[in-house]
Design a protein around this ligand. Structure first.
Ligand SMILES: Cc1cc2nc3c(=O)[nH]c(=O)nc-3n(C[C@H](O)[C@H](O)[C@H](O)COP(=O)(O)OP(=O)(O)OC[C@H]3O[C@@H](n4cnc5c(N)ncnc54)[C@H](O)[C@@H]3O)c2cc1C
Length: 393
């Protein structure tokens, strides 16, 4: 699977990342912004259209190519990759699957061209992992809905034109498209961050925002079970590849430095304990990538197992990214903590991957549930006389 030739858009993403993103990622981090010209360039190159359907102006990439493209952009700049995650995966793919014909016609071509930037607004100041408990409300009104509440940590929210907002009414969650410029909607940039500094994070206020009836995405009341769950699957797939990206970038920096730097009369790469770090990083990157490729194959085959495997891949690669980027800092020694080298930023960026799109602990809960359903010794191997129990059913 991995030896298949790269889709031209993936090769283009690699060149763009190497020429534009990787040399400037530190600058974006310091400036708290992936700049508008870089976002426009990503749109012009067709990256924002990558996974969207061809009939709506998308590039119609298969899941594997889209994952690879996400990883190439992520190796260049994690905050630029975050745009793909929220704009193309969480909102674009979700609209392509669950949007009404009008919503698809109106929004997907604009998202594909990057004329409108989209963000995904589920989390709130008081509600994160337990997303079904959000407090933002909607009320049916004449010809539409009235939204009231606050969202927080919304990636690209500070510059987005379109907001996929989740709200509840009498315990039922629904999803709505809200446009910037709608009276009552305001965004407030979040700064002072460990990482994702370039990703235009924002807090969003919805103060009596009225949206028309056709702003509803999916069925009324199906906002959590269908819309959020579908979106989070696309998001986890994207973050799984983001973990590979950060881990691989850290591995490259680690190896390059170990080949140059000498201590005790020989290159660092000749010291066996450094080699152990490199070996673990290589094995980690290869196994993480293989997991992502497995999810891609399942997605491309339309197999629902992709959902469980995406949870596993996201869990594994985000942890790998943390471990490998920490080891890269170690190999660079004091230079590892200097902003003149990229590994300190990769180390910071890696930690975010363990929090977003279902934290490590939430993934562990989901994976354990799946494992408890899936893995049981065959009945014939149980000790003789073991009575069937509820648990064994
Ligand atoms: C950089 C960044 C970008 C983000 N972008 C977006 C975005 O675009 N849109 C959006 O809607 N949200 C976004 N988020 C929010 C993100 O989805 C939440 O941060 C995440 O869901 C975790 O919620 P929380 O931060 O409130 O942590 P909490 O839910 O308060 O959890 C705190 C800690 O407790 C653990 N925990 C929680 N529940 C359990 C449990 N049952 N068992 C064991 N441990 C548990 C968690 O794993 C975590 O370690 C972003 C966050 C960050 C940091």
């Amino acid at each position: 699977m991995a030896s298949r030739s790269l889709h031209p858009l993936v090769a283009q993403a690699r060149a763009f990342a190497n020429q534009v993103l990787r040399p400037r990622a530190g600058e974006f981090d310091a400036a708290y912004a992936v700049p508008a010209d870089v976002i426009s360039a990503m749109a012009e190159q067709g990256f924002l259209a990558s996974m969207l359907p061809v009939e709506y102006g998308g590039a119609g990439l298969d899941a594997l190519s889209y994952g690879q493209l996400t990883a190439e952009i992520g190796k260049g700049c994690n905050s630029a990759r975050a745009l793909l995650t929220v704009h193309t995966s969480l909102v674009g793919e979700t609209l392509a699957r669950l949007g009404s014909p009008d919503q698809k016609l109106t929004w997907l071509p604009r998202l594909a061209r990057g004329e409108s930037i989209a963000c995904f607004a589920l989390t709130e100041p008081e509600t994160g992992s337990n997303a079904s408990a959000i407090k933002t409300t909607y009320q049916p009104v004449t010809d539409g809905y009235l939204l009231q509440g606050r969202k927080k940590w919304i990636t690209y929210g500070a510059i987005a034109d379109l907001f996929l907002v989740f709200a509840t009414c009498a315990g039922e969650m629904s999803a709505f498209l809200v446009e910037r410029g709608n009276p009552g909607l305001s965004t407030h940039r979040i700064t002072g961050l460990l990482a994702s500094r370039g990703a235009h994070l924002a807090e969003i206020e919805l103060d009596n925002v009225t949206v028309p009836a056709d702003a509803l995405v999916g069925r009324l009341g199906a906002g959590f079970s269908f819309v959020a769950n579908a979106a989070l699957f696309y998001g986890r797939y994207s973050i799984a590849w983001a973990g590979v990206a950060v881990a691989e970038a850290a591995l490259e920096e680690m190896v390059s430095y170990a080949r140059r730097r000498e201590q005790f009369g020989k290159k660092l790469r000749m010291h066996q304990l450094v080699q152990a770090l490199i070996a673990d990083a290589v094995a980690g990157v290869h196994s993480g990538r293989a997991l992502c490729e497995k999810v891609a194959a399942l997605r491309d085959a339309g197999d629902d197992e992709a959902i469980n495997e995406a949870n596993i891949a996201k869990y594994v690669t985000s942890r790998l990214a943390v471990k490998i980027s920490a080891d890269a800092v170690q190999v660079l020694g004091a230079n590892g903590i200097s902003e003149r080298y990229p590994v300190e930023r990769l180390y910071r960026e890696s930690k975010v991957l363990e929090i977003i799109e279902g934290s490590t602990q939430i993934q562990q809960m989901l994976i354990a549930e799946f494992g408890i359903r899936r893995y049981r010794a065959p009945a014939t191997l149980r000790p003789a006389g073991t009575p069937p129990s509820k648990e064994s059913i």
